[in-house]
Design a protein around this ligand. Sequence first.
Ligand SMILES: Cc1ncc(COP(=O)(O)O)c(C=O)c1O
Length: 378
Amino acid sequence: MPEVIYLDAAASTPPFPEVLQRYVAIGAEIFANPASGHGLGKAAHLTLEKARGEALELLGADHHRLVFTSGATEGNNWMMQVAPQRPGVRVVISAVEHASVRRAAQAAAARFGWALEILPVRRDGTLDPEAVDRLIAEPPDLLSVMAVNNETGVRYPVSELGRRLKEAGAKTFFHVDAVHAVARGFWPESLDGISALTLSSHKFHGIKGGGMLLVDRASLIGPLLYGGEQEDGLRSGTVSVPAAVASTLALRLALERRDAAFLDLGRRLREGIAAALPQVEIVGAGAPCVPWICMVSVPGMRGDALVRMLDAAGVEVSSGSACASGRQGLSPTLSAMMADFRRGYVRFSYHLGTTAADIDEAVARFAHVVDKYALPSR
Ligand SMILES: Cc1ncc(COP(=O)(O)O)c(C=O)c1O
C-alpha cells in the first residue's frame, strides 16, 4: 500500500500539535467555570477574554464582537435566523453557499414566510455583475455571500459588497461565511459593512467543535441559546475555555504559517495537473481562487469512482458530486455553475503538512488513475 497523501483539507485540516497540547493543558489547569467568582473561575474568565481579544485583533475586527461557537454550521444556522421572523422579509443567498447556509435559509424562509432569492453565479463561479447591481439597488433584509467557496476555491468580493451596501445606505444584515478565507491576503481586506462572519477551527488546523462568530457591535441580534446569559447573553451555556484558547492559537499559527511557500503549492498542483493531463479542466480557472483548494473535472469518469480509485491509490480527496444524499449528480455549487454533468469532479485541497513532493506524487497517481480508468473522451 503506498503512503497515504491527504488532500482533503477543505473537509478538515490536521490539528497543529501545539494546539492540541494547549487544549489539554488549559483543560487540566484552568478547568473552573469562567462564570465563577473565585480565583480559578476568574483565571478562566481572564484566559477566555484574552483569547477573545487576541482573535479579534488577528482578524482586524475592531467593530465586531466575537462569540465562541461550536463551528461554522452553528454560526451559519444562527445568522440565517437574524432577520425579523415575519412574512415578507427578503433574504438573498448566493447560489454557491454551503449547505449550512442554504438549508438554514430555506428552513427559516419556510417557517417565517420569508421571500428567499438566489444570487446567481456565472460559469466560472463568479457572481453575475448585473445581479449584484440589482442587489445593491434593491438591498434585501438579510444577505449571505461566502468569502471563499469550499468546493472550487473561488473567492467572492465580500469587502466590496459590504462597502457598496454601506454606500447605498442599505439596512441589510450582511453575513459572510469566511470558513476558507483564513490566510493573510485572503481574509477580507475590510470588514466595513459586513455584519457577521463565521469561522470554523478545524478548517485552520484547530480542533473540531470550535468556532468563532464575529458580529458587528451595531447589529442587534437575538440569542441562539437561552440560559445563564454567557457570551453577552447571546449564547448561553458554559463556555469552553480550552476550545476558545486552542482555536485562537490555531488562528494565529495558521495566519503565520500560510506563507508564500504554502501558497505556491497551489501553482505546483495546477501546473502539474495541466502538464500531466491536458484533458482535465480546472473548475473556476480564470476566476480569483485560493491556491489551496482546486476542483478539477475529468472526462470519461464519474467523480465518485475517481475518489474511490484515488483512495485505493493512496490519495485522499473529495468529489463534487451530491452522493452524500444517495443521489448521483452535481452539487448545488457545480449545478449553479452549469458544470458539465458528464464529467467527473474531484477536489484537491492541501494543508500545512503537505510538501511539494506530496503534490508531485499525488499528481502522478492521479494521472495514472485517469490514464488507466477514464473512458476515452469523444
Ligand atoms: C464553507 C463552509 N461553511 C461551513 C462549514 C461547516 O463547518 P463546521 O464543520 O465547523 O460546522 C463548512 C464545512 O465543511 C464549509 O466548508
